[in-house]
Design a protein around this ligand. Structure first.
Ligand SMILES: C[S@@+](CC[C@H](N)C(=O)[O-])C[C@H]1O[C@@H](n2cnc3c(N)ncnc32)[C@H](O)[C@@H]1O
Length: 230
């Protein structure tokens, strides 16, 4: 677990779920005791998106995963103040947590503004890789979806290469958040009029192969600043 100096020790940590520092042999149990669909925000940061989604969709469970404990503790306080009960938070690396989750248990995964690690020698630290597409495939329910977004054009191209190379996903219409659902980073880039890039992929089922090659424009990535084209 990432070490971090936690200045404010008054957090109540109501929604933070414990996660063992060593990998659970038999996997983990989902931290919800109802059968609602589960959506996961990987690298949820300060939680603007996660909290808005949980507020708008009480019939869906939301799990935020982040390596920053302090950020999660702040989300925890806000969730408590908002009276939400469909939110849980895990302080760990998503690359460790996802393999421990029950297979085919998540309906939607969001990865918004993952750290770009721009230097070539650091590319191996990036979250999105072919290995990650495999993990996501195992975690999603049939026809489950992953939504991605970044401000970093080169990372975006690398992401597209990964998902398009995976035979297990097909591109679908990118997720376009409402104003209320914009993440903290999205607002930051918007304020500076910087472009952001979005794409979404759906887990293929053997029977939906007929969709292959539907190639409609709405299934293509979108760039929030029209200057960057598509
Ligand atoms: C650039 S911030 C984006 C935060 C938020 N998604 C947004 O758009 O405002 C990236 C976040 O991902 C977290 N993070 C980076 N790598 C991670 C990983 N492998 N597992 C979980 N969280 C991660 C960081 O701690 C940070 O909070």
């Amino acid at each position: 677990m990432v070490r971090e100096r936690v200045k404010n020790r008054n957090f109540r940590n109501v929604f933070l779920v414990p996660y063992p520092s060593t990998r659970a042999e038999a996997g983990i149990q989902l931290p919800f005791n109802n059968p609602q669909p589960l959506e996961v925000d990987i690298g949820c940061g300060r939680g603007r998106f996660l909290l808005a989604r949980a507020r708008i969709n009480p019939g869906i469970n939301f799990l935020g995963i982040d390596r920053s404990l302090l950020r999660l503790q702040k989300i925890d306080s806000k969730a408590l103040a908002s009276g939400l009960n469909n939110i849980r938070l895990v302080n760990t690396d998503a690359l460790r947590y996802l393999p421990d989750m029950p297979p085919a248990s998540v309906s939607t995964i969001y990865v918004f503004f993952p750290d770009p690690w721009p230097k070539r020698r650091h590319h191996s630290k990036r979250l999105i890789s072919m290995a990650f597409t495999e993990l996501v495939f195992q975690t999603l329910v049939p026809a489950g979806t992953i939504h991605l977004c970044t401000d970093h054009a080169e990372y975006f191209d690398a992401m597209l290469r990964c998902w398009n190379a995976s035979k297990q996903f097909r591109p679908v219409a990118p997720f376009l958040p409402t104003e209320e659902e914009e993440t903290d980073f999205a607002l930051l880039f918007k304020a500076q009029n910087l472009p952001t890039h979005r794409c979404s992929y759906q887990k293929r089922e053997p029977c939906n192969e007929s969709v292959k090659g539907s190639g409609a424009r709405r299934d293509r990535p979108v760039h929030d600043n029209p200057e960057v084209g598509s």
